[in-house]
Design a binder for this molecule. Structure first.
Ligand code: MRU
Length: 365
């Protein structure tokens, strides 16, 4: 996507064909900083500390992380160790494991001397496929937005609520939940986005809002608790969110607070859609609440807040008494019964096993 007229992706191979460059998302929305990853450890640090985040992007970063690790050792034991270390960086998003497993499947059968070049080829392929997949999600989702707009009389904008950041910064390009919005706006459908700030890390305020500004999409930032009220007053036509892992039966795990939005949408008859690539479906689990591991992050993310002061200096400030402790689950699970549909690269389906198998029949064999 474009920022100030320049085309960007969230991750790319450096000019030397070996290093990897990323947008450091911890610096947004105030500074667009490109960071360079030269080692496996740097890739792991970027995933853990959330310089890169979003399910598809951490998968792509892990794939390149393996390439960086292969530069030091291409033995099978080293590969297995790298894979395990990368997967452990963040436990919830399945795309991380999906990408690492895909790299192992391609690399382990090869002679050691061929692994490095093959690794870079495969990581590049993962990135290219991600872009094409998300663009297809955008096309399918834009059709849905267009239908809602016409139902409204094709006059006023479609008001879409989104949570966290499932835009191009969360993927290699386009995004999942935001791709339909970018496509619909490009096709001339007026869209207004309600952006949940998404405490504690504020991915909505710092990343989604930044993407929407860059793309010229009309939006307002709202506190996480405002969505239900806006829905009650008919000010939300549609919710679209992303997901870090969706079960084979359509339960959706996404950023903490998604479940509450889905409950409010259900109560108010607002359609609640989830946009995802096929690689986000974990076909091995069906009960999301019981089976998906939920990342617990540090309490400082809740007890403090970060922002830029009037002089342009980034600061962290405390917002609770020093003696107060905090608990910080990073994701929650929205049961399939609250999800109106899943927007995938292969089309839109019901959030159910038959719905998913209709689009991915190869998984039923
Ligand atoms: O903790 P984060 O910022 O990595 O969480 C990201 C999300 O929850 C996104 O909604 C999800 O990864 C879908 S991204 C296309």
């Amino acid at each position: 996507m474009k920022v100030n007229g320049r085309e960007y992706r969230s991750i790319w191979l450096a000019a030397d064909g070996l290093g990897v460059e990323i947008i450091d998302q911890t610096e947004l929305p105030f500074r667009l900083v490109v960071a360079r990853l030269q080692t496996l450890e740097a890739a792991m640090h970027a995933i853990r500390r959330m310089l890169v985040r979003g399910a598809p992007l951490i998968g792509a970063t892990a794939a390149y992380g393996i390439c960086l690790g292969l530069r030091r050792s291409a033995s099978s034991a080293a590969l297995e160790n790298m894979a395990a270390a990368l997967i452990a960086c963040r436990p919830t998003a399945i795309n991380l494991r999906w990408a690492v497993d895909r790299m192992l499947r391609v690399l382990l059968p090869l002679p050691e001397g061929e692994r490095l070049a093959a690794g870079y080829r495969e990581a590049g392929q993962i990135c290219e496929e991600d872009v094409a997949t998300n663009e297809a999600i955008g096309r399918h989702g834009a059709g849905l937005i267009d239908t809602i707009w016409r139902k409204k009389g094709a006059r006023s904008p479609v008001n879409i609520l989104t949570h966290c950041n499932a835009g191009w910064l969360a993927t290699v390009d386009w995004g999942t939940a935001l791709a339909p919005i970018f496509k619909a706006v490009a096709a001339g459908v007026p869209v207004h986005v309600w952006v949940d700030e998404t405490r504690p890390r504020n991915q909505g305020a710092s990343l989604t809002a930044w993407e929407l500004v860059a793309a010229g999409v009309d939006h307002d930032l709202i506190v996480d608790n405002a969505g239900g009220h806006l829905m009650q007053h008919g000010r939300v036509d549609l919710c679209i969110v992303g997901t870090d892992r969706t079960t084979a039966s359509g339960d959706v795990c996404n950023k903490i607070g998604t479940y509450l939005k889905a409950l409010a949408a259900f109560d108010n008859g607002v359609p609640f859609y989830v946009a995802l690539p096929g690689s986000t479906v974990d076909w091995t689990v069906s009960d999301g609440v019981a089976e998906i591991p939920i990342e617990e992050r540090g309490e400082e993310e809740v007890l403090q807040i970060q922002g830029q002061d009037a002089e342009g200096t980034m600061r962290r400030v405390s917002i609770a008494p020093p003696a107060t402790r905090a608990v910080n689950p990073a994701f929650d699970v929205t049961p399939a019964r609250l999800v109106t549909g899943l927007i995938t690269e292969r089309g839109i389906c019901a959030a159910s096993r038959p719905g998913l198998l209709g689009l991915y029949p190869e998984q039923g064999q």
